[in-house]
Write a protein that binds this ligand. Structure first.
Ligand code: HEM
Length: 298
């Protein structure tokens, strides 16, 4: 057993050296373009874009970071392992993993998994109309020994205190949390994944501040869906129990009101917070080139 572990750790340290070299040859703008061109390839998938799923992949890849434990996050690309991606909170993300592996990583073998998944989130936000998200490469694939315990991502059935616990663990403040949850302008909940059902906004493939306008302007009615999960609904739109509890929290609500009125302000805070989320736990030297990618869809 010791020998097997020793061999594995030698394998991964060699792999990391090879990967660090290979990364120097990757054309990241081309990777960006290839992901961008993949977004609306399958018009029958959901609302016609893989963008929302890619943003969720980037966030769940990074959102395991713990500032206290100094582990987790996107650094080692452990989301590629079945053991992590099949966890309850990650259901559905294997679709994004398989697509990115087949259509992008195969063409750009020098890119690490953590770099690929975080870059896919950047593409989603920028191509669907959101702010620039400056990004830098530098993550390297690690082994299964780098997996952190399950349970670090937020539980949608709980309230503001739990959400704060989760995000404070990653060193976010209330304004950053209020901005990050605005990512729910994109996409929808799937009954067959986590058991909740429906989209948050009317324009599921447009990144704007509509999460806040929708949340603040409508009346939300509790409903139990066929999976047995509780959620809140307003017409065809929905909110998670955690989100309605956050709406009742005066500190979060104050930021929601600002973001609903001022999209530029939302974009600024969101961009900074997302960069921080995607980079948490990655040991950057400060000398890396920072990319601000040119958009495919201007
Ligand atoms: C309190 C924090 C959060 C909770 C409880 C939460 C919960 C959820 C749940 C239950 C889903 C539905 C998954 C499915 O059925 O497919 C979802 C989807 C999604 N989440 Fe979150 N989330 C949180 C924070 C975030 C953050 C910080 C981001 C990004 C900045 C984000 C981006 C997304 C996106 C884009 C989707 C849609 C995915 C798709 O359409 O396939 N979420 N989230």
């Amino acid at each position: 057993m010791t020998t097997l572990l020793g061999t594995l750790s030698l394998y991964y340290s060699n792999l990391q050296v090879v990967q660090a070299e290979a990364q120097k040859t990757v054309d990241y703008q081309q990777v960006y373009n290839d992901i961008a061109n993949l977004l609306d390839r399958d018009s029958d998938y959901d609302d016609g874009s893989y963008g929302p799923l890619f943003l969720r992949l980037a966030w769940h890849t990074s959102g395991t970071f713990s500032d206290k434990e100094k582990d987790g996050g996107s650094r080692f690309g452990t989301m590629r392992f079945d053991k992590e991606i099949s966890r309850g909170s990650n259901l559905g993300l294997d679709i994004a993993r398989d697509l990115l592996e087949k259509e992008v990583q195969a063409k750009h073998p020098g890119i690490s998994t953590g770099d690929l998944y975080t870059l896919a989130g950047v593409v989603a936000v920028q191509e669907l109309g959101g702010p620039d998200i400056p990004w830098r490469p530098g993550r390297v694939d690690g082994g299964q020994d780098k997996l952190v315990p399950d349970g670090r991502l937020p539980d949608a059935d709980q309230g503001s205190a739990h959400v704060r616990d989760v995000f404070y663990r990653m060193k976010f403040d209330d304004e950053e949390i209020a901005a990050l949850i605005g990512g729910h302008a994109l996409g929808r909940c799937h009954l067959d994944r986590l058991g909740y059902d429906g989209p948050w906004t009317d324009a599921r493939t447009v990144f704007d501040n509509s999460y806040y306008t929708t949340l603040l302007e409508r009346t939300w009615v509790p409903k139990t869906v066929s999976s047995g999960k509780h959620q809140f609904e307003s017409g065809t739109l929905m909110m998670l129990p955690a989100e309605i509890d956050m709406l009742k929290d005066a500190k979060f609500k104050k930021f929601y009101e600002v973001f609903a009125k001022d999209q530029d302000k939302f974009f600024k805070v969101f961009s900074k917070a997302l960069v921080k989320l995607l980079e948490n736990g990655v040991p950057f030297t400060g000398k890396e080139k920072v990319y601000v990618f040119k958009r495919v869809n201007e």
